[in-house]
Design a protein around this ligand. Structure first.
Ligand code: WTA
Length: 634
């Protein structure tokens, strides 16, 4: 029987055991799955190179564990509920048996298009059931999926396609989101025009049915691709350490990097954390509002829940369409038991006013979750009182694209919660705090940079095509530690509170954005000489994007120029990276070695100019005054 921790004492015992004997502990969890061949060794690792392997020599296919394994007992159980954007349209319910058939059929279609084990398939699709089918079908035949969030621009999509050398792109005609109908296929066409020479085939799912242009010899309709294909497909045998997927995420430098996860460890860890953190019970309806374009969707809409044999819901739309009561309406109609969302959504709904939630009865709700960014006290209490009616534990789950699954979080109804605290590490997770020199900060009531000492099964293995980058980004800052990029505090009870990023990554509405990426994009605007981007506190988004821009000429029309900057960023990255504030400056504060002093820019953006520290060592201290004065007018 799969382990589900039920009491705090049990958690403490399990945790102690998981640290004393990680291999024994994870081998026990892994034994619950269908392996085609057992592993020979549980773990082999060093953080130096890094080289991390779990369940060495084991053979499996994750989709057999998501689907085939459940057919006998749960064939008729709903695996996937799809709630469409348009509330007047009927929700789709897909049983495990049906999902199995659809995945197999599409897997056969991919094979017929020549897709083989190890090939990279880029998926750029809106939140439709076919998106889930697409990921699983790739995994079924050992192709590596690389999902790109369907809000990214053609330029970003092209970058990701090229980096992964994808041979096939899966897409849809349009993305119905709120009142918008976004032409997704057109974005793919544009991206492929930017030199993605490896792509031979584009499979297009007809979602809204509005007209699109198809390119002869390259594009094929999804419904044509599956025509006549069998609804069973032998799962390709994969090694535990074969790549399952690539997912691009932003770092503090350069372009987004492709985080790699593998079949074996990712499977064991997402299943374990899903069942335990959310305390999933037989028959529950579970809803995670994320998009499958992000890691949360991969691990906790799709893989984790399906591995656990759960009923998982996918939502096509947005929280405020047709009105700010949509989430509560969906929870009521589908009798959702476990609800997992992001602080930014909570804040937006809170700001919309309590009239949308006041008279709702949502007795089905049992567990609430949050992810993606630090939750503020006000939002935590609102979530607790208005949504959970003070009877649902809130699991504040801290994790990252690189970690594959939740690392620090309360276990629902087991770990006593505290507002804004991710609380305690899950079994097998060994966090520590270090100071700038890499020295571990022991004891409680302390603050430092959050690192992890020991691998867990779903830790990233590499960054695609550039292992050195993986090493320098995560394993080089501190010897023998995985560095998360987050700062955290450990309180008197040993509870962790995540403070936020300590690197040049900002978290906008729960989306990770590298300041360097945004600067690169801004610099492509005609007339821009240089720019610097920092985060600033934003009521709804958590952090907003503040851009300081130097222009090469006197501006005739500042408003038009700002719009150009916004348009350029939208074109280069996508609407999620649009600067909220743009300040035109004559210079940027720099050290004598030419480094931008972001600390000063951050303070000014935060509206705190009282104590900017010592600026006398700057190359150009005079710009600081100008920036301070200018900021009040942005
Ligand atoms: C932040 C999302 C505070 C953090 C799963 C991390 C959080 C980054 C929390 C990863 C949380 C995620 N409390 N901060 N509960 N969860 N973060 O890769 O800064 O999109 O490093 O993964 O989000 O973002 P990513």
């Amino acid at each position: 029987m799969s382990l589900q921790i039920k009491t705090l004492d049990e958690y403490r015992q399990v945790y102690t055991r998981s640290v004393a004997d990680p291999e024994g502990f994870w081998a026990e969890q892994a034994a619950e799955f269908q392996w085609k061949k057992p592993w020979k060794q549980v773990l082999k690792w060093n953080f130096r190179e890094p080289r991390i392997k779990w369940f060495l020599g084991g053979k499996l296919n994750i989709t057999e564990n998501c689907l085939d394994r459940h057919l006998e007992k749960r064939g008729k159980q709903v695996a996937l509920i799809w709630e469409p954007n348009d509330p007047s349209k009927k929700a789709r319910k897909i049983t495990y048996k049906q999902l199995y058939a659809q995945v197999c059929q599409f897997a056969n279609a991919l094979k017929a298009q020549g897709v083989k084990k190890g090939d990279r398939v880029c998926i750029y699709m809106p939140m439709t059931p076919e998106l889930s089918v697409a990921l699983l079908a790739c995994a079924r035949i050992g192709a590596i999926h690389s999902v790109v969030f369907a809000g990214f621009s053609a330029v970003s999509l092209a970058d990701r396609i090229k980096d992964a050398h994808a041979t096939v792109v899966l897409t849809s005609d349009y993305n119905a989101r709120g009142a918008k109908n976004i032409p997704v296929k057109t974005v793919v066409d544009e991206a492929l025009g930017l030199g993605c020479d490896t792509v031979k085939t584009v499979i297009v799912h007809q979602n809204t049915g509005d007209p699109v242009k198809m390119m002869e010899g390259r594009d094929i309709w999804w419904h044509d691709a599956i025509k006549g294909k069998r609804k069973s497909c032998k799962a390709t045998t994969m090694d535990s350490e074969d790549m399952l997927f690539i997912l691009y995420t932003s770092g503090s430098t350069g372009k987004p990097k492709g985080v790699v996860h593998t079949h074996g460890g990712y499977m064991v860890y997402t299943d374990f954390t899903f069942r335990n953190v959310f305390q999933y019970q037989e028959g529950d309806v579970y809803w995670c509002t994320a998009d499958i374009g992000w890691i949360t969707g991969h691990s906790y809409i799709l893989y984790g829940p399906l591995l656990a044999g759960a009923t998982t819901m996918m939502f096509e739309g947005v929280p405020t369409y047709p009105d700010a009561g949509r989430f509560w309406d969906v929870i009521q109609r589908h009798k959702v038991n476990i609800f997992y969302t992001a602080p930014t959504a909570i804040r937006a709904l809170m700001a919309a006013g309590d009239q949308w939630i006041n008279n709702r009865r949502m007795p089905s709700l049992r567990v609430l979750g949050t992810v993606g960014e630090p939750i503020n006290e006000e939002a935590w209490h609102w979530y607790n009182e208005k949504v959970g009616k003070k009877r649902c534990p809130i699991v504040d789950t801290w994790w990252q694209t690189e970690t594959g699954g939740i690392l620090i979080s309360p276990i629902a109804d087991v770990t006593p919660t505290k507002p804004c605290f991710a609380t305690l590490p899950l079994p097998g997770v060994q966090p520590c705090l270090v100071d700038a020199s890499g020295k571990e900060i022991t004891g409680n009531d302390v603050e430092g940079m959050l690192c992890i000492k020991f691998p867990w099964p779903s830790i990233l293995r590499t960054t695609y095509g550039d292992h050195e980058r993986c090493r320098t980004n995560y394993f080089a800052a501190f010897k023998n530690l995985y560095f998360t990029g987050d700062g955290a505090r450990r309180d008197a009870d040993g509870y962790y509170r995540i403070i936020g990023r300590v690197d040049d990554v900002i978290n906008v509405s729960g989306h990770r954005i590298g300041t360097a990426e945004v600067e690169d994009a801004i610099n492509k605007t005609p007339g821009v000489v240089e720019s610097a981007v920092v985060g600033f506190p934003h009521d709804i988004k958590g952090q907003g994007i503040y851009a300081y821009v130097i222009v090469n000429d006197r501006l005739e029309d500042a408003a038009a120029f700002r719009q150009k900057v916004v348009d350029t960023v939208t074109k280069q990255i996508g609407p999620i990276a649009k600067p909220d504030k743009i300040q035109i400056v004559s210079g940027l504060p720099k050290t004598r070695s030419g480094k931008i002093m972001r600390r000063i820019l951050r303070k000014v953006a935060e509206g705190d100019t009282s104590n900017l520290g010592d600026i006398s060592t700057l190359l150009n201290p005079e710009v600081v005054e100008e920036i301070k004065v200018g900021a009040s007018r942005v």
